[in-house]
Design a protein. Structure first.
Length: 630
């Protein structure tokens, strides 16, 4: 009855002319063939594992499906389409056959998903998902039935192991908020009666009405009871067909959907299917949203603001795979080389820290507090909501560290599970809030340090158990996926970037000036301030130095302009000048004379320098600025 009730719901809901069904029959294929991206023309290319990745799109029923293909490895991911019917051949070479033996309802074509978290962008506007047909792919089905070199036999030798393979279909609105979740078990061996255990081998209808009518993206999440060093062991495939959508909500259609859902829920009480309903009107948090969303502050790995990357690891302390067993196994995945140099979109080129683990990196030179963010930390999140977090700390000497003030507004009533989801708008100043290829920016002005040499990343233990978890800067538990009991658990560091404004030298700064007004002694805007003064002080030269008292003077310097040398000179008669303090190459200001003290403080990235002379009667001071063009 489960099949026929679901089919009836689809017929009722799909009958109005404004419902669209994606059947994949509009995609051309020869007999027993498939398209995994090898024959598609990419709209762009990227690099994965050092090899070219073709980024393709395929369209059926007006819906666009993303595909990725790496020619060097003959490998694909995301979506493919097929009409293969092989239900017997074992192994990954049979990853494009439906275990049901063809398309839904006797049709030929269907789509195959290969990614633990995959998605379909439905396009502009709101959509009402109605239903979809789902089945297993032969490769994972036979792997679960018999076991193989990578994954276990479901149920184990005794048949009593409580194994499962779960597909969750999630609705996301235009800002990435979940509208609802529909779970569907592709295999379930958790019954007390082993005779009820099953691996889906037919096309089954899945009612999508609990996702609501405000859906912009469908997300597909796979999880399994069989996990190992690299996460899920069960091959991450499934097949879909006959996806029914309504581009814009319709009162008549919604009424039919509601009636169908009422009947379906009554039947589900009998057959044991579970539906997680709409989660309500989810409210975005106070912080920037996911990468790619408007107002996100995510830093892409190839952002033009990136000046450099971490060049060495000075300390590494991996944590246990589960903080509840602190003397147990520790994480092992990745090496120090994986975090040195540029981050990428490669989710495997990382080092895993484990629960509470930490790593400290250094750079080719000091990192200065400049206008805007100064650092970006990259993790390997697979998507916008499966996130693993870490605290970020900085030091000017490699010994004493200051932590950025982290904030987590994620609820603390219910533990986020191993494969749970987070909303980036609830997270601030925690590394890992953005997906792979996008870093979280950090501004040194929030630490009070004008210059740092080391950055330390400390894994967040996301348990809401006060005896295990960690707190944010406001002593609130940081709730993130826990436990992550495998060798790749905890925060996975990809890289740490140094950010800076473009104007790091006079040669660069002067390019914005008229071509005939770029000389250092020119006055490009007629305000009676030489170009060199405007560049060095970012204000009028007469305002850049002032007397604070007898023989005590202050001036401002911009440390990121490393071609500058500032020398403070004092005099009693304005004829003979004595150099008393000097800063060069962006470095700290140093005393040049006995009895002279120097203090520095940072405000908005600009350093204020106070120079005091003991037992001096000098009444005049000036700052001599020189540009080093070498």
């Amino acid at each position: 009855m489960r099949f026929y009730l679901g089919a009836l719901l689809v017929v009722l809901a799909a009958s109005p002319s404004f419902a669209a069904t994606v059947t994949f029959e509009d995609l051309s294929l020869g007999p027993e063939s498939a398209e995994n991206g090898s024959g598609l023309t990419p709209y762009e290319t990227g690099t994965v594992f050092g090899e070219t990745e073709n980024r393709n799109r395929l369209t059926s029923g007006g819906v666009v499906f993303e595909n990725r293909y790496i020619p060097a490895f003959f490998s694909w991911s995301r979506w493919a389409y097929s009409n293969r019917t092989d239900t017997m051949t074992v192994g990954f070479t049979n990853d494009l056959s439906a275990f049901a033996g063809g398309g839904a309802g006797g049709s030929a074509n269907f789509a195959v998903s290969f990614l633990q978290t995959n998605s379909i962008a439905l396009g502009a506007g709101q959509h009402t998902p109605v239903s979809v047909m789902v089945t297993n792919v032969t490769y994972p089905a036979l792997s679960m039935r018999d076991g193989d070199g990578f994954a276990k036999k479901f149920g184990g030798d005794s048949g009593d192991d409580p194994d499962f393979f779960l597909l969750e279909i999630v609705g996301l609105d235009g800002v990435g908020q979940e509208t609802g979740i529909v779970p569907f078990h592709l295999a379930d061996f958790r019954f007390s009666d082993n005779g009820m255990d099953y691996i889906v081998d037919t096309w089954e209808p899945v009612d999508l009405s609990p996702l609501g009518s405000n859906v912009s993206t469908l997300e597909f999440r796979l999880s399994s009871s069989d996990n190992g060093m690299f996460g899920m062991n069960t091959p991450a495939y499934f097949a879909i067909d006959d996806l029914v959508l309504v581009p814009e909500p319709s009162a008549a259609l919604l009424l039919l959907i509601a009636m169908g859902c009422f009947l379906a829920r009554r039947r589900m009480l009998v057959v044991g299917l579970a539906v997680v309903g709409i989660q309500g009107d989810l409210v975005a948090g106070p912080f920037p949203p996911a990468a790619g969303e408007p107002e996100s502050d995510a830093v892409r790995f190839d952002d033009e603001r990136i000046e450099g990357w971490a060049t060495s690891v000075t300390d590494l302390a991996r944590g246990p795979v589960d903080i509840a067993a602190p003397n147990g196994a520790v994480t092992t995945y990745g090496t120090e080389d994986d975090v040195i140099g540029p981050a990428t979109e490669d989710v495997y080129d990382v080092l895993s820290l484990g629960d509470g683990g930490s790593i400290t990196v250094a750079f080719a030179g000091p990192v200065f507090d400049r206008p805007g963010p100064d650092l970006a930390v990259f993790e390997n999140g697979f998507d916008n909501t499966f996130l693993e977090l870490a605290f970020v700390e900085v030091s000017a000497n490699g010994v004493d560290f200051v932590r950025f003030p982290a904030r987590s507004e994620t609820q603390t009533d219910t533990q986020i599970g191993t494969h749970g989801r987070l909303d980036p708008t609830d997270i601030s100043n925690l590394a890992g809030k953005y997906r792979a290829g996008f870093g979280v920016p950090f501004d040194l002005s929030e630490t009070g340090l004008g210059m740092v040499t080391h950055v330390r990343i400390v894994d967040v233990v996301g348990s809401i158990d006060s005896g295990l978890g960690t707190m944010d800067s406001e002593f609130r538990a940081v709730n993130d996926p826990y436990p992550t009991n495998f060798p790749t658990g905890g925060f996975d560091l990809d890289g740490v970037a140094v950010l800076g404004p473009a104007e790091t030298s006079y040669a660069i700064w002067s390019q914005q000036l008229p071509a005939d007004k770029r000389g250092m002694m020119d006055d490009h805007d007629g305000d009676r301030e030489k170009n060199i003064h405007e560049y060095a002080f970012e204000e009028r030269a007469s305002d850049a130095i002032r007397a604070l008292g007898e023989a005590q003077f202050a001036f401002r310097r911009t440390p990121w302009k490393t071609d500058l040398e500032y020398v403070l000179e004092t005099s009693t008669d304005m004829r003979t000048w004595q150099p008393v303090a000097r800063s060069a190459g962006g470095g700290a200001t140093q005393s040049l004379a006995q009895g002279v003290t120097v203090e520095e403080s940072t405000v908005d990235g600009v350093i204020g320098v106070v120079v005091s002379e003991v037992d001096s009667v000098r009444s005049y001071a000036r700052v001599r600025v020189t540009v080093n063009n070498s």
